[in-house]
Design a protein around this ligand. Structure first.
Ligand SMILES: [Zn+2]
Length: 195
């Protein structure tokens, strides 16, 4: 087995068992069910085939993040549920996609449609007005179909992003004011009549 094949075997085993563990039911100290689990319905070999397919069959090559399009080598590629199982999404391979770490983290338990809207809002490719005044024919943005989890997560994340933007705008304003003040002082100094 070549080095890269060996690494592929190792990485996919790690990812697969992490997935099984993550979705396994959880019990409290008294052995009572604390969190419902989900069964991973495919085996390691099937997962490997899926992983390899995402890398376009080339273990030295890259997969694309389904959300931002980033190129991801074998180690960077994360396995993501488009519709999270907690929202009723399937545990099947058909519901899995490749995602970068950042998108995976940001998306959390949002549905893929909610996350795509969030990304468009953050990157200004879509405004809140677009959503509010959107044509009912426009099924591209199924905002009205959002679940409660989607709405809560989308709003929370959007608020955080907006706070960050506002903060950095405030800082820029303060910086600009300080700069103007310094320039004014300098101008006054230079304007002093020389004795
Ligand atoms: Zn991404």
């Amino acid at each position: 087995m070549t080095d890269i094949e060996h690494e592929f075997t190792r990485i996919t085993r790690q990812r697969y068992s992490a997935m099984v563990t993550r979705f396994a039911p959880q019990y409290d100290k008294l052995g009572r069910l604390a969190k419902l689990g989900y069964t991973v319905p495919f085996n390691l070999a099937e997962y490997r085939a899926w992983y390899r397919h995402k890398l376009h069959g080339n273990l030295n090559g890259t997969a694309e993040c389904e959300y931002c399009g980033a190129n991801l080598h074998m180690y960077a590629m994360q396995t993501e549920h488009r519709l999270p199982p907690v929202q009723g999404g399937s545990m099947d391979l058909s519901n899995l996609c490749a995602a970068c770490d950042q998108c995976n983290q940001q998306k959390g338990e949002m549905s893929d449609t909610a996350f795509i809207v969030l990304r468009k809002l953050i990157t200004n490719r879509l405004t809140v007005d677009d959503i509010l005044t959107r044509d009912d024919e426009d099924r591209d943005i199924p905002v009205l179909n959002f679940t409660d989890i989607d709405r809560t997560d989308l709003l929370g994340r959007l608020q955080r992003c907006l706070r960050l933007t506002i903060k950095s705008q405030k800082r820029q304003k303060v910086d600009a004011a300080v700069r103007r003040e310094q320039e004014a002082q300098e101008w006054e100094r230079n304007a002093q009549p020389t004795r």
